[in-house]
Design a protein around this ligand. Structure first.
Ligand code: UD1
Length: 361
């Protein structure tokens, strides 16, 4: 079976790595090919992740780059179609919910190539988020839907997806985390930033709903001014966030805030495992902090990963200044949320997925 693994943006890479390594254990059955769309092209957002995850160079690089959603998704569709027509894979795997995921799903289904979605069924029920559109459409088109949590199964069944297509397999991102956790312990990042364990918080911020509106962005920065008086906050800043801060003329020069460029996978894991708490609008960080049992305040009003609230350490705080400060101070006063690791978040998700392909092959 020739299997195409499509990736393009930072949160894709840690999801394809465990799959690639598992598929490679069966060379007589599977021949996996990595297609990188080029949605993310900066060293820090792309190549650094390939290095840390020990991924080989992509077999095919489409180099589409940035643009509006239509332009970016359209370019990926055009370039990917050419490659798929040329090589005719037997199976196409897309992961997560970025524009590269959606484009891969559209091309695969139009060319009648069986489509696999890993991390299927997640729903924030918020169509203002581009990721929600990407995941909903991808799921409708998929032939194999691998879910990370029970809510995902329920969402898919409610949307009329056949039960025979749904496989509850756990979170693939946790496979990568477990595999790389020890290596991350050797990271120099804490030394380089002069941070003792548990004496700092981490922040990631790049969602359009937070940084594309001056009002939301400045609410969050005003909260950071208060939190920064009590604890250092490490802020690896996404290019989109830098761009928007400049556009709105908002200063990121805040006491207690330590700005860094986007960090590599291992450096970030090291910072995450040893921090006091996380402030973030990312999807992945809600899951990773739940695994590490570290409190996470999610700078959004909803989540597509409800298990991280129900079982894990996650709390939604939106971009309300007072709520962000209040919940951060609770953690600093020793009243942070603790949780449990959700079912199947055990490092064996790629094995469960590949077992399904082995049974079908
Ligand atoms: C994308 C995903 C988002 C994910 C995030 C992780 C979609 C719709 N969004 O958002 O779900 O959480 O990746 O990072 O797919 N840019 C660079 N260098 C790059 C890539 C982008 O400077 O290598 C800048 C460009 O100005 C670009 C902007 O960042 O316009 C946004 O990039 P884009 O890929 O459109 O979305 P992200 O915000 O990164």
């Amino acid at each position: 079976m020739k299997i195409f693994l499509i990736c393009g943006a930072r949160p894709n890479f840690m999801k394809i790595a465990p799959l690639l390594f598992e598929l490679k254990k069966f060379p007589d059955k599977f021949s996996p090919v990595i297609i990188h769309t080029g949605q993310h092209y900066d060293f820090e957002l792309s190549r650094a992740f390939f290095q840390d995850l020990e991924l080989p160079e992509p077999d095919i690089y489409l180099g589409v780059g940035s643009g509006t959603h239509g332009l970016q998704t359209g370019k990926i569709i055009i370039e990917l179609e050419k490659v798929i027509l040329k090589y005719r894979p037997d199976l196409i795997i897309v992961v997560g919910d970025v524009n590269s995921t959606l484009a891969g799903a559209i091309v695969a289904s139009k060319l009648l190539i069986p489509l696999v979605h890993v991390e299927a069924g997640l729903r924030s029920f918020d169509r203002t988020m581009p990721e929600e559109i990407n995941r909903t459409v991808t799921d409708i088109l998929s032939d194999y839907l691998f879910t990370t949590e029970e809510a995902g199964n329920k969402n898919l069944l409610r949307e009329g997806i056949g039960e025979n297509k749904i496989y509850f397999c756990g979170d693939i991102m946790i496979d990568a985390l477990i595999k790389n956790r020890d290596k991350a312990k050797n990271s120099r990042i804490l030394k380089d930033l002069g941070l003792p364990k548990k004496e700092y918080a981490i922040l990631t911020l790049h969602r359009p709903s937070n940084v594309d509106s001056k009002n939301s962005f400045s609410n969050i920065l005003n909260a950071l001014k208060e939190i920064g008086k009590r604890i250092k906050i490490v802020f690896p800043i996404h290019p989109r966030t830098t761009k928007m801060a400049k556009k709105f003329n908002l200063s990121l020069n805040i006491d207690g805030l330590i700005l860094t460029k986007p960090l590599s996978y291992l450096d970030f894991l090291c910072l995450e495992e040893n921090c006091k708490f996380a402030l973030s609008d990312s999807g992945s960080i809600q899951g990773e902090t739940t695994f590490f049992n570290i409190p996470c305040l999610t700078l959004r009003n909803n989540t597509e990963r409800p298990i991280t609230i129900k079982m894990g350490t996650n709390k939604l705080v939106g971009n309300d200044k007072n709520k962000i400060i209040e919940e951060s101070f609770k953690i600093l006063d020793g009243k942070g949320k603790t949780g449990k690791i959700p079912p199947f978040w055990d490092g064996r998700t790629a094995k469960r997925i590949v077992k399904v392909f082995l049974e079908k092959s």
